[in-house]
Design a protein around this ligand. Sequence first.
Ligand code: MSP
Length: 511
Amino acid sequence: MTARRCYLTTPIYYVNDRPHIGHAYTSLATDVMARWKRMDGYEVFFLTGTDEHGQKVEKAAQVAGEDPQAFTDRVSMSFRHLVDVMGFSNDAFIRTTEQRHKDACQALWNRLVEKGEIYLGHYEGWYAVRDEAFYGPDELVERDGQKFAPTGAPVEWVREPSYFFRLGAWQEKLLRFYDDNPDFIAPNTRRNEVISFVKSGLTDLSISRTSFTWGVKVPNDPSHVMYVWLDALTNYITALGYPDESTEAWKKFWPADVHFVGKDIVRFHAIYWPAFLMAADLPPPKRVFAHGWWTNEGQKISKSLGNVIDPLALVSQYGLDPVRFFMLREVPFGQDGDFSKRALSGRLNELANDLGNLSQRTLSLIQKNCEGKLPALTEPTAADLELLGPISELPAMMGDCIERQAFHEGLEKLWVVVRLSNAWIGQQAPWALKKTDIVRMAAVLRHLHTAIRTIATVLQPFMPTTMGKMLDQLAVPEELRDLAGLATPLADGIALPPPEVLFQKVQDEVA
Ligand code: MSP
């Protein structure tokens, strides 16, 4: 049996600015998968952190009038704060200015030198500081006589001595690797983009700069700092103890199971990173999943438009779990999506009307009609199986979706069952059975309890606090809240606390 272990990462975030919804989104998806895997009995290592070197951060520090280290110390804290506010369950938080990380980068560099993968030359070409990326002349677009990267970032002409990584020599090996590992890049659109980019020809990659100093020094040539992406990508192995490959963490968790990234940084993760690793004789990660981008009320999000969405403000206005639910329910993970007040209100009302209503109705009937005690479990009838059948399939269904990072699909399919449960309660009408068949009423309420327990358990990774409260109301003991726990029925007759409303309805807001 393969070990039940799982290593999941978010990108490490540039500390040039405050956290925005994009940062919260990538980490949220990673958090949900990490929580799911833990609940499924896996040993999980979930890593996030901050990317603190490079020209972009150096410039931001200059603009702020601060020394880069003091600046990164300060801004990095705001990303730690985001972790707390969003309830992320990461096991570690890495900063690229940590000494252990600089050591790891230099060790990887030395290994690449030993393998003959690095040579000294001269770089001349286009560079976009905003993307921290080099672009070929044919990739650029021209507007008003000025050249821009395909991402819209301004580019500048750079000419300086530089070390190169022999990326060109990895073209065929990468293509073979993608072929042998069809799940390495997802979704498929991104996989196709990457493959066609690699097929169009790879040139050697400039991996050092001399025109600024805020970076990891190149071993034996301190006039160069490493290209920030070589530095940044290495964080995924630093955190496991690299270059010490004898650590427990390294042995347990490398290669990573999923690197969660946004679509804009696929090239670095799906081309450069496996090439660096294979060149250093290290195994590449198993999968890179790229999500899409949010727009705000139909508009591209940008600082200049002043429409950046602040996740902290959202959480303080709507509450954490509704925001977490909204982000993964609203947009298929992997596609672009639009953030609108109207869509958000719709999803919040869905929580209140469908899930809130289901549990509130069931639990208050148990409170009122069964003295607040859990009715006894009975053999299900054919009618009961119409509810219990689909309910029993939820854990496996969600597990399968999460394995494919199809969070939206998992929630969509789960919601079908929430609605079915509401329809079922309507058909069974336990409130009417109170007068006609009290035994049947009790049986119906017990099956509803089972249904809600399963739904709340499966939803815990998405809405940890609220589902925790729901499981409290259902009197599910802590030790039975994981997936394995679902197999153990609760004892008949245990006391349920009086139910409380868990989701508030909101007025439809139109922006
Ligand atoms: N530092 C690099 C990553 C290095 S990983 C070894 C970086 N940082 S970032 O702070 O600019 O971006 C982090 C993430 O935010 C990316 O995954 C990016 O896709 C995501 N987003 C930025 N804006 C976004 C939206 N408007 N919508 C969704 N995600 C977006 O890149």
